[in-house]
Design a protein around this ligand. Sequence first.
Ligand code: ATP
Ligand code: MG
Length: 456
Amino acid sequence: MIKKLLGLLPGNKKQKKTEQFDLNIIPRAEHNVSRNDISDQALKVLYRLNKAGFDAYLVGGGVRDLLLGKHPKDFDIATNASPEEVHRLFRNSRLIGRRFRLVHVLYGREIIEVATFRGQHDDNAEEDQSKVSASSEHGMLLRDNVYGTQAEDAIRRDFTVNALYYCIKDFSIYDYAGGLDDIHNRTLQIIGDPETRYREDPVRMLRAIRFATKLEFSIAENTARPIRELAPLLTHIPAARLFEEVLKLFMSGHGLDNFRMLREYGLLEALFPETEKALQKNPAFGIPFIEEALNNTDQRIRQDKPVTPAFLYAVFLWLPLQTEWSKMKAQGNSEFPALHLAAQHIINKQSAATSIPKRFGIPMKEIWEMQVRLPKRQGRRAEQLITHPRFRAAYDFLCLRESAGESLQGLGEWWTQYQKADEHQRKALLKDAGGSTKRPPRKRPSAVKKNPPKQR
Ligand code: ATP
Ligand code: MG
């Protein structure tokens, strides 16, 4: 039997409104979340908090995914202990975050995130609250460090299915927002007024897409409706946070579905403005090119093969790069210098939307550069190219371009053969390619023209 209780937000004198909600407590015998499926480290944290006299619950993806019979990516914990109290209890922990203070408890590579229950913001507070909570002119929460009860914490979470708490004391599940029904109906439903919640944190729109594809849920009508109109709010989010979101969207096995859904909701434009523009101009090449890259990435992730954001960013920005590259050439720069200039412009432009850490920017440029070098196979060049650390990625990139319809005179196939060939066959292949095996005469490197001729 499910115990049904009527909960009331505790009376905070300064609070304007009191909200009512139903709390369902699902006893251990009536759900499938088992301690065997929770990591030992997460259990350790839960038990230690509990032993020190605090309430401690597993919450978020950990509970949601276990209820769905999936393997959680990580385990998040919610408690009534303050971040400082949590930090004091665990020597292997660190306090993080400004917008949202949290404690990370570290066990080797596993990080258990412990969050203190969030409370309601009090708009009428007389004293200066700016240190604990603040919002921007767009209704965006800049800081969210008001602490509260579990019930308050539940309604500050994003989706109903993310607001389920597994209690370490009696192994029951607390459901304040109707998340369990939504798990059964496979529906993603935002908590509270959708528009207000998206304005508070526009990243919730990206999270809606990500959870819908990952869980194969449909997005409730009210949750989906405001997204298209509010999508531009994402431009107010710091580029570094959006970079993290891009990784979650495209590097966790559902990249293709996320790409399609982001475009359907007008969200790709906020993440990759130049790419979206280019896709509207040249969908015939651009869409199959990106979709095939994402499909390959999804498959590699399923097979536990390594993937790198550099490759995906190189793919996403390839079309915008073409336009910029032509512009640079038209200004009088020769092929390579024009490419370098264009690459830098495109990376700078993209960095305003989602940052691109240097460790990815450099290999991206190399992948692009190799596209100019791969057709030039004469002399010992082919041998040199094949040993280049970026060869494999550049070759994959080349094959993608061809299969998306770029006409490259069978260059991809040539390189496929060349990689498989022995020394003798390689010589024959080079002859077929019209190159001699002798070293070509050295050309003087052409420099960037400092004063390109004016365009008329
Ligand atoms: P996964 O870890 O599988 O991506 P998750 O639901 O655990 O999914 P996290 O980003 O780990 O997502 O966040 C943990 C929980 O914190 C969420 O389930 C949700 O309850 C809450 N949460 C995270 N981000 C937000 C947000 N932007 N707004 C409101 N609540 C959030
Ligand atoms: Mg999580």
